[in-house]
Design a binder for this molecule. Sequence first.
Ligand code: DC
Length: 221
Amino acid sequence: MSFSIAIDGPAGAGKSTIAKRIAKKMNLIYVDTGAMYRAMGIHLIRCGIGPQDEAAISRECANADITIKYENGEQVVYLNGENVNPILRTEEVGSMASACSVFKDVRAKLVQLQQKLASEVDVIMDGRDIGTVVLPNASLKVYLTASVDVRAKRRYDELIAKGEEWDLDKIKAEIAERDHRDMTRENSPLRQAEDAILVDSSDMTIDEVVDAIIKLCEGKR
Ligand code: DC
């Protein structure tokens, strides 16, 4: 069986930054599953489908050919043959990704792709349902979280550094809304798997979290 690390947690907990660093240090393939839901979100936005129109979303789901390639060590997401990496990270796309991810047809399609990837190589995979649904037998499961205030401030600093103007309270409200939707949906809600280890990064540096998770892997590989 291949080695795998599952990292779940809410938006802004630092999952992708931390998973990327661990992937480099441990020679694992980093699989960003949120990017797959975002690619689906782009497809639906382009088709002009409303975020609650389950019938249309299920129908269009079949027309979204999402594939993953690794180029220079980076995950590249292709949507119907187009590299969509440069347009994945907008608030509009994140919000549509969260909205469409509540539907079972969307989840079934992307979970299948994620499980296939993990069966072929050693991975560190992050998302919302990795430890609970995608990789129930992962070698290590981590539930990475931080307070809403800390997560909102991190996101705010990121946007300000990019030269964008944002209101901290608005970001906090959006994060709280996304948490609520991801945690209360019927299909594969975000929750800590019973055998996952809780890591609260509110008062930890990135390096401290990376070191803590690598330590948890000792003896498992
Ligand atoms: O991690 P992210 O912000 O890129 O994810 C975008 C949305 O996709 C998130 O709000 C919920 C959904 N998602 C999911 O339902 N399951 C996953 N494994 C990953 C993401």
